[in-house]
Ligand binder design. Sequence first.
Ligand code: ZN
Length: 418
Amino acid sequence: MSTSRVTLSPSRTVADLKELRALTGDANGAQRVAFTETWSAGRRWLRRKLATLPVEIHDDAAGNTWATLRGTSERALLIGGHMDSVPNGGWLDGCLNVMAGVEILRRIASQYDGRPPVTVRLVDWADEEGARFGKSLFSSSACAGYLDLDEARALKDKDGVTLPDALRACGIELERVGESGRELKNAAAYIELHIEQGPVLLDLDLPLGTVLGTFGVERHAITFKGQAAHSGSTPMNRRRDAFLAAGKMGQEVYTITGRHGGVSTIGSCTTKPGIVTSVVEECRITLDQRHLDAAGLARLLADARAASERFAAEGKVEVAWDRIWQIEPVHFHPHLLALCDEAIIETCGKLHRLPSGPLHDAAEVARTGVPTVMMFVQSLHGISHNKIEDTREEHLELCVAAFDRLAEKAMRWVASTA
Ligand SMILES: [Zn+2]
């Protein structure tokens, strides 16, 4: 029997993350946009890291990579993350979770001589960010069975490439992505570590938090249609200006959100014909609304719709709404919340519970009924989706240690409930 055990080495996770940053980032930040060459390079690097472990590795029908450490029981503890990033993204979003998972696999494989009491699986979800096609959680929702195929078939990136074509280039058939659902067959618990991406833990001066659940989201494209007209010859009172109506929405969403709580964002605005000498014929804005409470979210949406119709009528333009995406608020599993609390208190003595504003793959898994929890680590500046995204190295090491404790507790819980 080998006597040299691999013990958990949180500093190795930090070193792995720096290596990945050097490989797939540039002066503007991380560039691992899903279904691009840099993303593929990042995933090949991940496979090389996993190759030294006694794990089986495969990609499922939705392009998610699974590394499976077989245990005595088929019942599985899943550890999730995502290698993909937004363009010019941060160095930790998504890949911290994956690399912490790799470190935990190293520790468990060694401690249990390659045969833990339950099966432990690391999943790298293929497209979490939805940066290219505006479809967040694409691959985990495919796996969880919540992907709307009709909607997905119609998606295009800014160059007009369709989602099915982009997927095919990576060896993925859109029509078959639902087959990835079989991966959840023996899933008994799902855990995910993530940077907070907001300022709550920073403001409380706490390194770690237990995540209660994720906000529900309504995400829509709103298109106002008026009439193009010469900017010099058309009197102001004769215009049917699509931008005027869209512009009023910018102020209105602040008023509506002030009334009902939650958060709302108009994240993009495009105009046609989009030239300096024409009144805007068509203006498309996107609206992202989030709330922890389902009724609150419904109120945000209803008020925004009513306002858009009012502004359209005032400006004699038309308005159409297209839902890009939607998810209900998700609340995590009470027993796993308690285990996460324990792991954090044992690691750093102080605890805070908070909801998640950003979306996470964990929400899709939780919706299928698999007991799920997430752990957050403090983000410096409270900023993410930006190259300045950062977390103190001592906090990165703490979170790997705490997350490993959670993994061990969750594994024992899964074993005890078989
Ligand atoms: Zn993320």
